[in-house]
Design a protein around this ligand. Sequence first.
Ligand code: NAD
Length: 503
Amino acid sequence: MSELSRNIDKLTGHLKRFRDTGIQNQIGGHMVPAHSGAVFDNASPVDESHICTVARGGAADIDAAAKAARDAFPAWRDMGGAERRKILHRIADGIEARAEEIAFCECWDTGQALRFMSKAALRGAANFRFFADRAPAARDGQMLPSPTLMNVTTRLPIGPVGVITPWNTPFMLSTWKIAPALAAGCTIVHKPAEFSPLTARLLVEIAEQAGLPPGVWNLVNGLGEEAGKALSEHPDIKAIAFVGESRTGSMIMKQGADTLKRVHFELGGKNPVVVFDDADLDRALDAVIFMIYSLNGERCTSASRLLIQSNIAEDFLGKLQARVDNIRVGHPLDPETEVGPLIHKTHFDKVVSYFDKARADGASIAAGGTRVGDKGYFVRPTLFTQATNDMAIAQEEIFGPVLTAITFDTEADALRMANDTPYGLAGYVWTNDLARALRFTNELEAGMIWVNSENVRHLPTPFGGVKASGIGRDGGDWSFDFYMEQKHIGFATGQHSIPRLGA
Ligand code: NAD
């Protein structure tokens, strides 16, 4: 029996409970159907087969969840940080114990390859442990004495918050948002993406089994324009942490305006990787390939625009094309697979539409540009060459295993093109010239830049983008800044003179 067949057998076991009962919401510690009784279908992108039905939550479900989060808030806020720390570590233990189930469900639900998803649970657990350890000190503030006052600051959790997540690596991204919110003392309502509901259900179960009090974490499934909209409009929800497309972020900002929502947005990107002729070109090649073809290219920090110096372009692009042609596309549960199917037909149609756009605009398709098979949403890893930075393939976020290569002559050209996009999430620079690296990173418009490296996440560092790529930062203390309010208190230290009006 091959490893793939063994994995498919195991998957069938993990999916049985979803097939039998569908996915329900979790409100106030109870598993409940949608108030209207409505459901939607969830299918796998691997073979388009039905996985399960999912509760289609709407405004009534969001209202019930927001009230549960509001009722649970005072006790969770007032629990000592050390106690919250223990519970969050127990959630991490629960995630690790169910790592295989999480990985297999995520592969089947999203099409992500097991070689990447096998670590998803460990990374999710690490997110919980990182913020668990910071829970006891989350409220700490400063003492800022003035001549007449002892000024102190402290932080308090903002209240119940909404967390709205996308379908790309949904498990990992949910833990990123939810762990700091809970560590800060907030209660939450989570609305996961409709295309990938499985692991959100596992997460909330793991949390409650770990002793998280009912109502602290509520889950409402549903469509963005129904459940997501209602969540961002709800008066009891004090803030929305959102990861998704830039235009959805803009809608959420409008929807949340009447209730003055605080928002944290992690949005799209069209991230450049700039390769200069003095770089270590072998390492640069590995990183360029990894940063666009891993995770099916469905990754906000993917380096989807390669800016390559003209004098090395022919050789570099030749090697790149050979490697891209060699990437293994296949079943996500096959350990050999490097690229799996795209999430959904809608997204598949969008990605495929860029093959024609590229040709029409005058670019060449040096690798890929075709569908694979006739079941499921597989495409060949694709490389566009002969492109210019004004083409749609260089300006728009395609969000698939699709790379646009553009040549440049001078550092100034490279910088101009790198910045000439509405987005500003991440940038990657390959050079061995230190002064150039310093100059270039200083001018590059991006929230995160890696020099001579692929994206390597370090949890204490700030994660987020500029321009149309986002508002706010995740990671380290930045997460607590979002989920908490600052409070200042001034204590008079003596009898300073108070202006006496009307005396
Ligand atoms: P999306 O914006 O379509 O959906 C994200 C979530 O928003 C889903 O849960 C959806 O149901 C919900 N939603 C949709 N309309 C809504 C509305 N009107 N009100 C409230 N919620 C609504 O994004 P997607 O297609 O699921 O995810 C891919 C996008 O996410 C890409 O643009 C990618 O770059 C971005 N992303 C960004 C980061 C980052 O850190 N910057 C990380 C991952 C993904």
